[in-house]
Design a protein around this ligand. Structure first.
Ligand code: SF4
Length: 183
């Protein structure tokens, strides 16, 4: 199986989730957020193809990483490859964060995308909204985005935020509802 990437694996990141992380920069994103910092990652025929096995071997060779971060681009557009990488990461003792322009509620309505959530520990969801941009937020660019504890959310059927980030104010919660309700 192959995955289309925008850039090689980036290890030792401290800004793409908690701890020291290796980022998988997926290529291809349909969201077209105004003010996106990575427009070169949008075309689905851009970047380059890599064997997932090669990514996993590179992950095995790295030291001192706490986890991986699926970013992009939008990883939810390459679910099968991201599942394989996430499974292998867990076997290596690495936790998995995933950034996506889809909301949790949208993902829950898409059976294929929903499968990836079983292998993700933390989801940072929602499009980047320029009007809600802030430099005061941890690990996200705009206030509408949420840092979600995926396991607890799947168990309860509600969006449960990671405890330490849940007090960050969401300015416009209408973005998440009502059109995207849980199934
Ligand atoms: S989801 Fe992320 S990569 Fe895609 S357009 Fe929005 S900010 Fe850019």
């Amino acid at each position: 199986m192959q995955i289309r990437l925008a850039a090689p694996l980036q290890s030792d990141s401290i800004v793409d989730g908690e701890g020291i992380r290796t980022v998988v920069w997926t290529q291809g994103c349909p969201h077209n957020c105004k003010g996106c910092h990575n427009p070169s990652t949008h075309p689905f025929d851009g970047g380059f193809l890599v064997d997932v096995d090669q990514i996993i071997s590179e992950l095995k060779s790295l030291d001192n990483q706490d986890g991986i971060t699926l970013s992009g681009g939008d990883p939810l557009c390459q679910v099968d490859a991201c599942i394989e990488i996430s499974k292998a990461s867990h076997e290596l003792g690495l936790n998995v964060w995933c950034y996506t322009g889809y909301t949790y509620e949208q993902i829950m309505l898409n059976p294929k995308q929903k499968r990836l959530l079983e292998y993700v520990d933390v989801l940072v969801d929602g499009k980047f909204i320029l009007e809600q941009k802030s430099y005061d937020l941890y690990f996200k660019g705009s206030r509408n985005q949420r840092i979600i504890d995926v396991k607890k959310s799947l168990e309860t059927g509600n969006v449960i935020l990671v405890d330490k980030y849940k007090d960050e104010k969401v300015l416009d919660d209408s973005y998440h509802k009502p059109e995207y309700m849980f199934i």
